[in-house]
Design a binder for this molecule. Structure first.
Ligand SMILES: [Zn+2]
Length: 392
């Protein structure tokens, strides 16, 4: 078995979090639940969560393989039984003594050195410097366009000002506020079936006008499609990658129009082929589509986050199937971790195990030499992400 424990890890897609101090076992379960299956997340979205429903959400989370695996990783880390109450006691003690020191030990155990974090979730946005000050690893912020679009829609402004502010805000984040890339969750809103012709000059103007007059008729989709195309252009102008959410996600995702294949027309269009695009979550469970696109489109990359860790033992299959078509240099590791540092930790541990197994199989099958497999591990876990984001 290829040994990857010593390798550094860049988490290419996750979300920023603050020190929440000690938590109860119930809160720990809530905060690490997948897909917005927590009381806090649902209530923030205006969903009423009764105590009965909450008890059910708790049970569902604790019954996932991902959660069971996380308990095992943490039990090994603390040298205790893989029992939720015991683990929470240990982590609370560590967090109370020295939060940053605890995260340092945790992340050193997994080799985590860098978190590339989408600051568009949670909302209101966390302050980048404050998040960085609590974490013992490099934090690289990514700018999400949807909160900006929501803010601009609340203003009583016409299209020319809307367009100008949209451009200015993204440019300012990239040039002056340390953001290293742009992100869109349009798959949560109006779907990935975006015509490359959405950038025609009139589309934004007409769509905003129709929204203002309450006409509907797909005007919100037209506006979002137009602005996504503009974001691709801005990424090219500023030489940063664009992350696009593909595949499964929180319960609000448009599960029909989230398939990477819907992006094919847009990303092969000559005007956008120059943009480096990271297909976040590799479109899981449609990861074969994303891997194919990473093969035929020279600037498209696959990020295995969310499938790893939340699809549990799919981690091995995801790496194996993505590497069928995606070139080694186009596959990047990510976790989609949020809220607590333990998610990023267990994800990195799981990814190293799964990638080690897959690369060992590839050596056995004469697809790679042992040296090539070792090099591929370094690239997938960190090197590709560092090159993509031009990190020192
Ligand atoms: Zn995410």
């Amino acid at each position: 078995m290829l040994e990857l424990a010593h390798l550094p890890v860049v988490d290419v897609h996750c979300h920023p979090f603050r020190n929440r101090g000690p938590v109860t076992a119930e809160q720990f379960t809530d905060l690490t639940a997948f897909g917005g299956g927590s009381r806090e997340y649902m209530e923030a979205g205006g969903v009423v969560v009764t105590d009965d429903v909450h008890a059910e959400l708790q049970r569902i989370t604790r019954d996932t393989l991902y959660f069971r695996r996380m308990l095992r990783d943490l039990a090994a880390f603390f040298g205790c039984e893989p029992d939720l109450a015991t683990i929470v006691t240990h982590r609370n003690r560590a967090v109370t003594e020295d939060y940053t020191g605890y995260v340092r030990r945790l992340y050193a155990d997994a080799g985590l050195t860098t978190l590339i974090a989408d600051f568009g979730m949670p909302l209101p946005m966390l302050d980048v410097d404050t998040v960085q000050s609590e974490l013992p690893v490099e934090v690289v912020p990514i700018f999400r366009i949807e909160p900006l679009i929501a803010d601009l829609l609340k203003l009583n402004i016409g299209w020319s000002e809307f367009r100008q502010r949209y451009d200015d805000e993204i440019a300012d984040a990239l040039q002056h506020r340390g953001y290293k890339g742009v992100k869109s969750i349009i798959a949560y809103r109006t779907g990935l079936d975006i015509s490359p012709l959405s950038r025609t000059p009139d589309q934004g103007y007409q769509a905003l006008d129709a929204i203002r007059r309450g006409l509907g008729g797909g005007s919100m989709k037209k506006l979002r499609d137009h602005l996504l195309c503009r974001a691709l252009e801005l990424c090219m102008a500023h030489d940063v990658p664009m992350q696009i959410h593909t595949g499964m996600g929180d319960f609000e995702v448009n599960l029909v129009y989230c398939r990477p294949a819907y992006l094919m027309d847009l990303l092969r269009f000559p005007a956008y082929r120059g943009c480096r695009v990271l297909l976040v979550h590799t479109g899981y469970p449609y990861h074969g589509e994303a891997a194919y696109m990473a093969n035929v489109l020279p600037r498209v990359y696959c990020d295995v986050s969310e499938g790893i860790p939340f699809a549990g033992h799919a981690a091995r299959r995801i790496f194996s199937e993505v590497l069928e078509m995606a070139p080694i240099s186009k596959v990047v590791y990510g976790s989609d971790g949020y809220t607590l540092p333990e998610i990023n930790y267990t994800s990195a541990k799981l990814a190293k195990q799964a990638l080690g197994q897959v690369l060992t199989d590839l050596v056995t099958d004469h697809m790679l030499s042992e040296a090539e497999a070792q090099e591929a591990a370094g690239l997938i876990l960190a090197g590709n992400a560092r090159a993509l984001y031009q990190l020192a």
